[in-house]
Design a protein around this ligand. Structure first.
Ligand SMILES: Cc1cc2nc3c(=O)[nH]c(=O)nc-3n(C[C@H](O)[C@H](O)[C@H](O)COP(=O)(O)OP(=O)(O)OC[C@H]3O[C@@H](n4cnc5c(N)ncnc54)[C@H](O)[C@@H]3O)c2cc1C
Length: 280
């Protein structure tokens, strides 16, 4: 493993904001993870940082990256095991090359595979857990274990992996044959049109409250386009916050607080963040 002390973390968040951290540990071999966790209590596993806001101030945190663990193995019978650090885009490319079907609806999500499994990410009616057979994790006692899908509790954008702060090392999927290329192209185009992909962002800022869409609630509260410093509620998609280049994490936090306050005032509904904030 490689350890970088006092590391600048801005480039590790898709929002392109954030201060420096106590250390960044880049894991090269799966077996190193247990060693990396030993004696460190404030640890944060960073994937592609597409859902994570890093604070402006120094973060007294050991960030761990699995970005070099990205092996994919075909186990036969439609079973495929992939390591957690692989870009989800590259995993979709693997499915295309090997004619596997099941996760096309998730194409275009910019996270790592581990990040998606951690929060049961999904899109257009499909969740990543739909195709999961088993997940290899590091548990709270720093033991590496493999759990079958039905041994893990999961719901909409929530998993036991999150609750128990487990680390995803690899995931085994069960796929059908018949990659649907037309569907992937259609959805990529749709995302290009609906999302402000030209500016740094973290995807959906808030979860959809049951029976509601956060985007609609934000429009109805008159908050679309609202700006604090370099951060703005996107004019393209009101559940996205974009960074015009000079935003600070504090601008984004202030904007989030204002949106929550105005939506509550207007509709009585409490929005809950989907993004994760490191450091306060
Ligand atoms: C333009 C855009 C569009 C998006 N569209 C969608 C969408 O349609 N659907 C959707 O669900 N999400 C979407 N997202 C959000 C984001 O891409 C997903 O949540 C993704 O799963 C995050 O992965 P990541 O590797 O970037 O995670 P990070 O932001 O790095 O981390 C997020 C959380 O996952 C944890 N984590 C990451 N890797 C691991 C691991 N190996 N083991 C344990 N914990 C881990 C981190 O500790 C952190 O708590 C979008 C984001 C953007 C920017």
């Amino acid at each position: 493993m490689k350890i970088y002390k006092s590391h600048e973390m801005k480039e590790f968040s898709n929002m392109k904001v954030g201060g420096s951290a106590k250390e960044l540990i880049v894991i090269e071999e799966k077996s190193e993870i247990v060693e990396a966790l030993k004696g460190r209590d404030k640890v944060f596993l960073i994937g592609n940082g597409t859902n994570t806001l890093l604070s402006d101030e120094f973060m007294d945190v050991s960030f761990i990256s699995l970005k070099n663990l990205k092996k994919v193995e075909d186990l036969g019978d439609g079973l495929v095991r992939a390591e957690a650090g692989i870009d989800f885009d590259d995993f979709i490319e693997y499915m295309k090359e090997n004619d596997y079907s099941g996760l096309e609806n998730l194409a275009g999500i910019p996270g790592s595979l581990g990040g998606l499994v951690y929060m049961n990410g999904g899109a257009y009616g499909t969740e990543i857990f739909d195709c999961i057979e088993e997940v290899e994790i590091v548990d709270e006692n720093h033991e590496i274990r493999t759990l079958k899908r039905d041994e893990i509790h999961f719901t909409y954008r929530k998993t036991e992996i999150q609750q128990k702060k487990w680390i995803v090392l690899s995931t085994t999927f069960k796929f059908q044959k018949g990659y649907d290329e037309a569907r992937v192209e259609e959805l990529k185009e749709k995302r290009g049109g609906n999302h402000p992909l030209d500016l740094p962002n973290l995807g959906s800022t808030f979860k959809n409250p049951e029976g509601h869409y956060s985007a609609r609630l934000i429009i109805e509260a008159g908050m679309q386009g609202k700006r604090v410093g370099g951060a703005q509620i996107s004019m393209v998609h009101p559940n996205f916050i974009v960074n015009h280049g000079d935003a600070k994490a504090s601008d984004i936090k202030e904007l989030i607080a204002e949106v929550k306050k105005e939506v509550k005032k207007h509709s009585g509904i409490d929005l809950e963040e989907e993004i994760i904030v490191v450091g306060e």
